[in-house]
Design a protein around this ligand. Structure first.
Ligand code: GAL
Length: 400
């Protein structure tokens, strides 16, 4: 309570001094909930329920990329189920908007911030304000850079996401036994403003590098550097336009075959798939296309044989890990690897104190494990687990 009082005072002073004019977190996309009931009883240390009026501020990047809608609603559901009030904001992929949203949450005196950044480099100032107000910050899914206001990072093992994509290609083409055969591949990576994007690309590229070096995999566009293959904002149209150009310039002779389109995630895979359908002489079903997230449109493409795999990240579990970490922080604890055992999660998670340096030092990280999903295991991994149902035509629909 003392801490709470102090933060109220600090927040009030800060609002008065900075005169930010952002007393309201609400944006058009903001959802604010009334304080939830607090009847649930704690069953163990890691699952202690809220003391009463505590509020969690959740700042998500955008609703235009499908997964963040799922993250927002899972997180909200989790914290509310333990008796916390939740303020949830979406920033339309705009940096300034997200800064305003977080300023609003601080002014509203939230007790904990969970932030998935639009741009990992642009939150240092506003998070310094959060730190001054004694609000712990969890960097959610994407690492926030250059701020010591971050207490912890919760994500999936991002390098492994890319590695799984690369290894999938190695298996599909049986590259270990390729002999003299050669295959053409093009890369599409994510948003340079997202710290994850480099991890995904490096994971995939490192897995495939020996075959590129040996000449078994050929990149006709010559674009093999992250900066050349990146996609601002993970935008589907950007990815489509770039791939249409590549196909026009390098595959337009009607016989140069595209064997693999290594895409870091589903929103870019969608654009690349469209580009292949629009501007390539061959059949999209003969191209190995990778993705990540299990977006509904991509799962439909999986069913139709137009996309070959997606790396699924169970964001429902990411929300559970964030809840237990958040509760521990709200209780003034300093969680470590022990949280994994005491929380009793039904999913695998590693506590990592080496991989994620945000420029101010290594941020202790809870990293969940991603899964490869193809047409063949979609039922088992996504439907039997309850994340998706199948509609009358056999296409997956998200349950949250
Ligand atoms: C990443 C995230 C991915 C993907 C991408 C586009 O940061 O880890 O799952 O969704 O952003 O939003």
């Amino acid at each position: 309570m003392k801490k709470k009082l102090l933060s109220v005072l600090l927040a009030a002073t800060m609002v008065a001094t900075l005169a930010t004019g952002c007393g309201e977190a609400a944006t058009e996309e903001t959802e604010t909930t009334a304080p939830a009931a607090t009847e649930e009883k704690a069953d163990d240390a890691a699952e202690t329920t809220a003391s009463g009026e505590q509020t969690v501020g959740i700042a998500m990047p955008t609703q235009s990329l499908e997964r963040w809608n799922r993250d927002g609603s899972y997180l909200k559901e989790q914290f509310e189920s333990k008796g916390y009030a939740v303020e949830l904001t979406y920033s339309d992929n705009k940096i300034d908007q997200q800064v305003k949203d977080i300023e609003g949450l601080i002014a509203d005196d939230v007790d904990l911030l969970v932030v998935a950044a639009v741009d990992g480099e642009s939150l240092s100032q506003v998070l310094a304000d959060a730190k001054d107000a004694n609000i712990p910050v969890i960097s959610y899914d994407r690492l926030i850079m250059n701020t010591d206001a971050i207490s912890y990072y919760v994500s999936f093992d991002n390098y492994t996401v890319g590695k799984l994509q690369g290894e999938f290609v190695i298996d599909q083409l049986d590259l270990k036994n390729a002999g003299d055969k050669t295959y053409n591949i093009e890369f599409t990576a994510g948003d340079p403003a997202d710290n994850n994007a480099g991890f995904f690309f490096n994971g995939a590229y490192d897995a495939l590098k020996e075959y590129i070096d040996a000449g078994t995999l050929v990149v006709p566009s010559g674009q093999t550097k992250f900066d050349q293959v990146a996609t601002p904002q993970w935008d589907t149209k950007n990815a489509m336009n770039r791939m249409e150009n590549i196909l026009g310039s390098n595959y337009g002779d009607g016989k140069t075959k595209l064997d693999v389109a290594l895409c870091s995630n589903d929103s870019t895979a969608l654009g690349v798939t469209q580009a292949i359908e629009n501007n390539y002489w061959g059949d999209v079903k003969d191209v190995i296309i990778t993705g990540q997230d299990g977006d509904v449109a991509n799962l439909a493409n999986l069913v139709d044989g137009k996309q070959t795999m997606t790396v699924y990240k169970a964001v429902a579990n990411e929300a559970v890990a964030t809840l237990d970490l958040g509760v521990a922080l709200l209780n003034g604890e300093t969680p470590d690897a022990g949280l994994i055992g005491s929380a009793g999660w039904s999913f695998d998670c590693a506590y990592d104190t080496e991989s994620y340096d945000n420029g101010t030092g290594v941020i202790p990280s809870y990293l969940l494990v991603p899964t490869v999903v193809t047409k063949d295991n979609l039922q088992k991994e996504l439907v039997d687990t309850g994340y998706y149902t199948l509609d009358d035509n056999g296409y997956p629909q998200a349950t949250n």
